[in-house]
Design a protein around this ligand. Sequence first.
Ligand code: URA
Length: 218
Amino acid sequence: MQDLISEYLEVVRLFRRYLEEKRGMEKREKKQDPQVLLENFYQSMKNCKLCNLYKTRTNIVFGEGNPRAPLMLVGEAPGRDEDLRGKPFVGAAGQLLRESLKKEGISNDKIYIANVIKCRPPGNRDPKPEEISACLPYLREQIKIINPKIICTLGKFSTQVLLNTIQGITRLRGKVYQLNDTTIIIPTFHPAALIYRAPWKATFQEDLKLVKRNLDNL
Ligand code: URA
């Protein structure tokens, strides 16, 4: 128990130190380099033990893409392939997502991909509320650093936490919501759901068209 408390305090200490350093840097320079900020942030949290998922993870899946991306895609949690490779959306759902983005002409240099949960829930079970609350500050910090103009939430979990609602994804998807002064959210289905529900594929593609239209209008 004592060990766990010490480990918890160590993670909190590192996160705090990262925030203090960032604040200091912000004072010194007007505009921060998001790539440097993301790397520093990753270094501060890569040994996270704030919830039990660290016990079963192979790798933390922090996120990947352009640190200045106008579009951020936010999924749920890493699956088996992502856990093994330490990268988001590299399995079957990821392949579907990447093909669908390509169809709309949304290129890789426009995107950053991350998840709400950074470590794989065993057996791909749903994330528990305490895992979401432990991990959510990491996603919020990534959003703050990248400052994307558009966030496309993939599936129920990322949509509900970022919109702070308990409404279902079928009601929420396909519309534009304001997150703050600079960023909108466009929710759609999780690409893994399309593997089992083929009719949703067309709707998913329609939602990506809406994302692309908003990207083109920036
Ligand atoms: N599903 C997710 O939500 N995220 C991934 O990275 C992979 C599958």
